[in-house]
Design a protein around this ligand. Structure first.
Ligand SMILES: NC(=O)c1ccc[n+]([C@@H]2O[C@H](COP(=O)([O-])OP(=O)(O)OC[C@H]3O[C@@H](n4cnc5c(N)ncnc54)[C@H](O)[C@@H]3O)[C@@H](O)[C@H]2O)c1
Ligand SMILES: [Fe+2]
Length: 380
C-alpha cells in the first residue's frame, strides 16, 4: 500500500501574503536569517500582522546546525510564541520545523496546534510542504534528514516576488535541487502515478524557466513557475522518496561544505548513469529507471527513439544545463584538493550508505559503487 497525502494548505500567486492577516491577537515568532533581516523581509511579513505581537529570531545560518535550533527554542520561550512564521530559504524553513518539534518535546508546548507558516524565498527545497528537516551536526560533519509527519508546515505561502532578490548562484543551486528532487522521485522505489505527474511537470518547468530566472532574476513569470515547480517536486518526493544523489549530496556536502543544490547538480549525471545501468543491459532488458529516463527525455522533446538514446540525451541535457548555470562538474573544478577528498572519503561512503534517502534509490548502492562514483565526481 502506498499513500499520497498532503496536509499543507498552499496559498500562491499575487497577494498570497494576505493570508497572514488572519493571524489575530497572537504572539508570533518570525524565524529567518540575518541576511533576510538586513533586507527588511521580516518587516515586510510583520506589516501583515498588525493585530499580533511580533518577535524576530534571525539566527539561522545555511545548513542549520543543532546549536541554531537550540537558540531558536530559547528565543521562542523568551517571547512566549503561540504561532510561527518561517521566511527564508530551505535552511530557515528546516530550522523552524526543528525548533517547533524540539519546543514541543522539551518545553511540553503543544506546538502541533499552532498556526505555522512556511514562506520560501528560494525555489529549491520544497521544505514548505515536506515532512523533512535537514539539520547538521557540525562536530561530526554529518547532515541528518529528520523525518516526521509532524514536521509538515500547516500553511505554505508561495510569493515569487520574495525570490527576485536571490543572486544567480543561489537561483542556480536551488533550481538544480528542484530538478534533482523531481528526477530522483520519478525513478525512486516509492514512485507512483501521483508523484510521477508532479515530477513530469516540475522537470519541464525547471528546464524551461531555470535558465531564464538565472539570466534575469527579475523575470517574474520564470520566478513564479520555478517556485511552483519547487513546491510540486517537494510534494512528489515527500510521497515517493529520493535516492542516491541526495544520499551522497548530504554526505559530501556535510564534509566539504558545498551548497546542497550545487552538489546535487554535480552528482545527478553520475547517478542517472548508475541507475540506468546501460552497460549492464542483457538481451535488451533495460532497468525501469532507464525506461523512465527515456520517458522524461520524451516529455522534454529530446530525441528518444530507444531507451539508450533517451538516457544519453537526457544526460547530455542535464550536463548542458549545469554548464549554462556555471556549476562545476567535478570536486577538482569546485576547488577541492585530492588530500581533502581522500581524508574524508571513507566517512562520505559510510554516511551516504546510511543516509535515509539512499534507501529509496532504484538500484541498490554498495560501498564499491559509491566509491567509484565519488572518484568520478572528484575528477583528479
Ligand atoms: N526539508 C527538505 O525537504 C529539504 C530538501 C532539500 C534540501 N534541504 C536543505 O535545505 C538547505 C538549503 O536550502 P536553500 O537551497 O533554500 O538555501 P539556504 O536556505 O541555505 O540559503 C542559501 C543562501 O541564500 C540566501 N537567500 C535565500 N533567499 C534569498 C533571497 N530571496 N534573496 C537573497 N538571498 C537569499 C540565504 O540568506 C543564504 O545565504 C540545505 O540545508 C538542505 O540540506 C531540505
Ligand atoms: Fe534537496
Amino acid at each position: 500500500m502506498k499513500e499520497f497525502s498532503f496536509s499543507t494548505r498552499i496559498f500562491f500567486g499575487e497577494g498570497a501574503l494576505e493570508r497572514l492577516r488572519k493571524l489575530e491577537d497572537k504572539h508570533v515568532m518570525i524565524v529567518t536569517d540575518r541576511f533576510m533581516a538586513s533586507m527588511g523581509v521580516p518587516d515586510k511579513v510583520a506589516s501583515y500582522l498588525t493585530r499580533c505581537q511580533v518577535a524576530v529570531f534571525d539566527g539561522v545560518v545555511p545548513d542549520p546546525p543543532i546549536e541554531v535550533v537550540a537558540a531558536g527554542v530559547q528565543a521562542l520561550q523568551a517571547c512566549g510564541a503561540e504561532a510561527m512564521i518561517a521566511v527564508g530559504g530551505g535552511s530557515t524553513i528546516d530550522a523552524a520545523k526543528a525548533i517547533r518539534a524540539v519546543a514541543k518535546q522539551t518545553l511540553q508546548i503543544d506546538t502541533d496546534r499552532w498556526e505555522c507558516f512556511a514562506i520560501p524565498t528560494t525555489s529549491g527545497t520544497g521544505s514548505e510542504v515536506t515532512e523533512y528537516a535537514v539539520i547538521t551536526d557540525r562536530a561530526k560533519g554529518i547532515k541528518y534528514p529528520l523525518d516526521s509527519k509532524a514536521l509538515r508546515p500547516p500553511v505554505a505561502i508561495l510569493d515569487p516576488q520574495l525570490t527576485v532578490s536571490a543572486p544567480a548562484s543561489v537561483t542556480a543551486d536551488a533550481g538544480m535541487d528542484v530538478l534533482t528532487h523531481a528526477m530522483e522521485a520519478y525513478v525512486s522505489k516509492g514512485a507512483n502515478d501521483f508523484s510521477d505527474a508532479l515530477c513530469e511537470k516540475a522537470i519541464s518547468l525547471v528546464f524551461r524557466f531555470l535558465p531564464l530566472a538565472y539570466q534575469d532574476g527579475t523575470n517574474l513569470l520564470a520566478r513564479e513557475k520555478l517556485h511552483n515547480a519547487s513546491c510540486m517536486a517537494g510534494l512528489a518526493f515527500n510521497s515517493a522518496g529520493l535516492g542516491l544523489t541526495h544520499g551522497m549530496a548530504h554526505a559530501v556536502g556535510g564534509k566539504l561544505h558545498i551548497a546542497h543544490g550545487r552538489i546535487n547538480a554535480m552528482l545527478l549525471p553520475h547517478i542517472i548513469s548508475f541507475n540506468a545501468n546501460l552497460t549492464g543491459v542483457r538481451n535488451g532488458e533495460y532497468t525501469l529507471a532507464a525506461k523512465k529516463y527515456q520517458r522524461i527525455a520524451k516529455t522534454l522533446d529530446l530525441p528518444a527513439p530507444s531507451v539508450r538514446l533517451g538516457v544519453s540525451n537526457l544526460l547530455r541535457e542535464v550536463e548542458h544545463l549545469n554548464r549554462e548555470l556555471k556549476i562545476p562538474s567535478t570536486l577538482k573544478a569546485w576547488g577541492a584538493t585530492p588530500e581533502q577528498v581522500k581524508e574524508v572519503e571513507q566517512e562520505i561512503i559510510s554516511a551516504a550508505l546510511a543516509d535515509v534517502t539512499t534507501s529509496s534509490n532504484p538500484r541498490p548502492a554498495t560501498a564499491e559503487c559509491v566509491e567509484a562514483i565519488l572518484h568520478r565526481l572528484s575528477g583528479f
